[in-house]
Design a protein around this ligand. Sequence first.
Ligand SMILES: [Zn+2]
Length: 338
Amino acid sequence: MKRFKRKIKSVLISISGILPFSLLQRLASKNPVIINYHSIKGWDPDPIINRNTYRSVKQLEDDLRFFKKHFSIVSIADLHHKNKLAQNSLAFTIDDGLKSVYDLMYPVFNMVGIPAAIFINPDFADNKDIHFLRKRNLILKSINSIDEIANTELQGWLSKKEISIKQLISLLEQISYEDRYILDVLILILRLQNNLINENNPVYMTKAELEIMLKDGFLIGAHSMDHPPFKELTLSEQVKQIKDSIEWVIKQFQLPYRYFAFPSNDNIISREVFESIKEEVDLTLGVQGLLSDEYTTHFHRIEVESTGKSASQVLKYEYCRYIIKKLVGKSIFKRAND
Ligand SMILES: [Zn+2]
């Protein structure tokens, strides 16, 4: 099945490559389109995350100019308020609240005159903490070059737990969100507290930086408290992450709206979750490309930076996929019950 899907994808990429953009845009007639970004190529202090495919500043500028030429730029507030949209409307969002957004992306969005909606994790605002997988990556990077005192402590801890260093590394490589406390223990044992948050090279934006962007027309929404993999959470844990983070964001920035973007893939989010949060949120976002959703206040986005292909290529492929989904009656994403 996977091989078949890959084959279909490669055929779609070839077909979409030779068809003109404006033809596919007209045939798909999808309105609005929402584009999501995260960061900038080569910026991330975490060498593993830095391998992800992002745009360079110049590529981001090219993207935005391309979108501005082919679309009417709107904001997700227009979707929330059900404003009448011009033909070919497009909105932007940026997930994760990374410092590269303020330092490198915000100036480009500003230069092109386009605001975006920024989705943040309250636990990481002002660099109070960092994502558990960033801690994991730091430990894996440092474990072979620790000093003698830290090494003695580590060996003592390993023998108490009756595991070898090899077993520890393999445990770390597949660590679950639930077991993340082990990372904090190891950070202390390995004396990595000072490497965790580098004041000269912070990972996340500060509240003050977010305030500046807010005053400049950007919107702010929640992206869960600490970006857990939702598939590892129970239904009530998922709902709590959503409600708590929205509450924090609206209080912190005095917002008259409540927007939420699911961290990672929203395809596993059940109807029960949507039913449980519907009174607490005005609009939610997922990442199923151009598909609509059975929940009409839930909008899907295209992760435009993830393949490294140009904005035009990504859009053409997504339009082709959407046209086919529409033809076979599968353009509305259906959710499962819990
Ligand atoms: Zn995210």
